[in-house]
Design a binder for this molecule. Structure first.
Ligand SMILES: *[C@@H]1O[C@H](CO)[C@@H](O)[C@H](O)[C@H]1NC(C)=O
Length: 461
């Protein structure tokens, strides 16, 4: 029997010629390409595309704006082009441009993140971020820049001072031919540096000149063919050599420089006297870190003091603490798929037939991280459960499940959570050990629990 099966298999294998296999693979790839390049029916017009590459080779990458101008003449003020399967819509003309940039419903407010930028900067920062992250960064940057003199006299004075350095340096050339590029670059960079790093750099500072050159090259190389290819095929290009690797290497060096500056700031930092943007940022980070246990501890101190033991009767007076506990449960997500149910007799759900005996699982992770339900689904934020400082119940929060089979221990668990948590935070401030980072990694079992970790409990009294 086995022998017969074996010879059948080898006969089948022999029948599958290499050519057939290749042809199959070929059609499969084209089919995938077809699926990925489908667009909605009413999509802006696009020039004919090549499979896999899209309109990549129709664009002159040295002068993309000229090719695009030609396409605009042909297709009008709103058309699309494709780089690989990544589609871009090009908008021209005042009315449409104005609409894209200022539409109030925020549907056009995000930034796309090109793979090479994601590789270098992740999703962090002000310029390339979107959503809540962007809002916070922007609010912080605006206030901080205002405090450090944007729109005030002090910044104007800095510019005047730098202009004097620049004219002096150019004076030294005595009318002979010279390339002003890096002197001007240095002068302009110095303004930003004095706001962010609290210092300017001399035009003959070799380390800083080196960095300016790296930055210049990195920016220039980012428009190279290699980097465009990286943006279309990152999963292949990250293994291949090319100028995209150089760009990444240069940025690593630039980041190292900034990290060094930040470390120096950390060392001689006085929270009462922020010197520059970095100091202000360090302060903001510390504030966020401390905010929750500060705020929880402030509430505990107000309602309970240091000696009275917390009881369930206190919970209504402690909306912030209660919100923190709820938020821990939302993020903690210890039973991601809830306890399953089983269909008792043939029935329907969402328009589909479900026969008796089918197992049904409800995805609580999806609910607890649903961006439609939560303002910042992936970050810890007790405000999710607060409204005007009062505790707010949320329908889409159900760590104990709901319905007739809701967790029978819910009340017990909630009492334990409140009393244990409040007692601990009343007596201790919890901090990660020096030089250790806490993570959100978890251990999977029937429930999820934190991967093993160490923490310091610093007595408060
Ligand atoms: C549940 O939803 C989350 C978030 O949308 C998703 O990452 C996860 O894969 C889902 N789990 C299952 C089993 O579908």
């Amino acid at each position: 029997m086995l022998a017969a099966l074996g010879s059948l298999a080898s006969a089948l294998w022999a029948g599958l010629h290499l050519r057939t296999l290749l042809l199959g693979a070929f059609f499969f790839l084209f089919f995938v390409d077809f699926l990925k390049s489908r667009r909605p029916k009413n999509y802006p017009p696009r020039p004919p595309r090549l499979p896999f590459l899209g309109n990549f080779f129709q664009l002159d990458i040295q002068q993309p704006h000229e090719t695009l101008q030609k396409l605009m003449n042909k297709y009008g003020n709103l058309f699309s082009v494709e780089f690989g399967h990544f589609s871009t819509v090009l908008v021209s003309g005042m009315p449409l441009i104005k609409e894209v940039l200022t539409r109030p419903d925020q549907s056009l407010l995000n930034r796309p993140l090109m793979p090479i930028r994601e590789r270098i900067f992740k999703r962090n920062g002000l310029i390339m971020s979107s959503g809540q992250e962007w809002k916070e960064q922007r609010r912080f940057a605006l206030t901080t820049l205002r405090n450090f003199g944007l729109g005030k006299k002090s910044l104007e004075e800095r510019i005047q001072e730098e202009a004097r350095y620049l004219t002096d340096a150019i004076q030294e050339e005595k009318g002979q031919p010279f390339d002003p590029h890096f002197k001007i670059n240095n002068a302009v960079s110095n303004i930003i540096c004095s706001v962010t790093f609290g210092e300017r750099f001399e035009y003959d500072d070799t380390q800083f000149q080196e960095l300016l050159k790296l930055l210049d090259k990195a920016i220039h190389l980012e428009s190279s063919l290699w980097c465009h290819l990286y943006n279309i095929f990152p999963w292949i290009m990250k293994f291949l050599p090319g100028s995209h690797q150089t760009v990444i290497k240069y940025w690593e060096k630039l980041k190292m420089f900034v990290i060094q500056v930040i470390e120096n700031h950390r060392r001689d930092w006085n929270p009462d006297q922020p010197r520059d943007f970095i100091d202000a940022y360090l302060m903001e980070m510390a504030k966020h870190l401390e905010q929750n246990d500060e705020k929880v501890q402030a509430e505990i101190d107000r309602v309970l003091g240091q000696t009275q033991q917390p009881s369930m009767a206190n919970r209504d007076q402690m909306p912030y603490t209660n919100a923190v506990i709820h938020e821990v449960q939302r993020m903690g997500n210890i039973i991601p798929l809830n306890a399953p149910r089983e269909v008792a007799f043939d029935t329907t759900l969402g328009g589909y037939d479900l026969p008796k005996g089918t197992m049904v699982m409800t995805n609580l992770t999806a609910l607890h991280r649903d961006p439609k339900e939560w303002a910042t689904p992936d970050t810890f934020n007790p405000e999710h459960f607060l409204e005007n400082g009062q505790f707010k119940k949320r329908e889409s929060f159900m760590p104990f499940s709901i319905g007739k089979r809701v967790c029978i221990g819910e009340q017990l668990a909630r009492a334990e959570l409140f009393i244990f948590f409040t007692s601990l935070v009343q007596k201790f401030t919890f901090r990660p050990p020096a030089n250790e980072k806490l993570s959100l990694k978890f251990r999977t079992a029937i429930t999820l629990s934190p991967a093993s970790y160490r923490i310091c409990a610093i007595p408060r009294a």
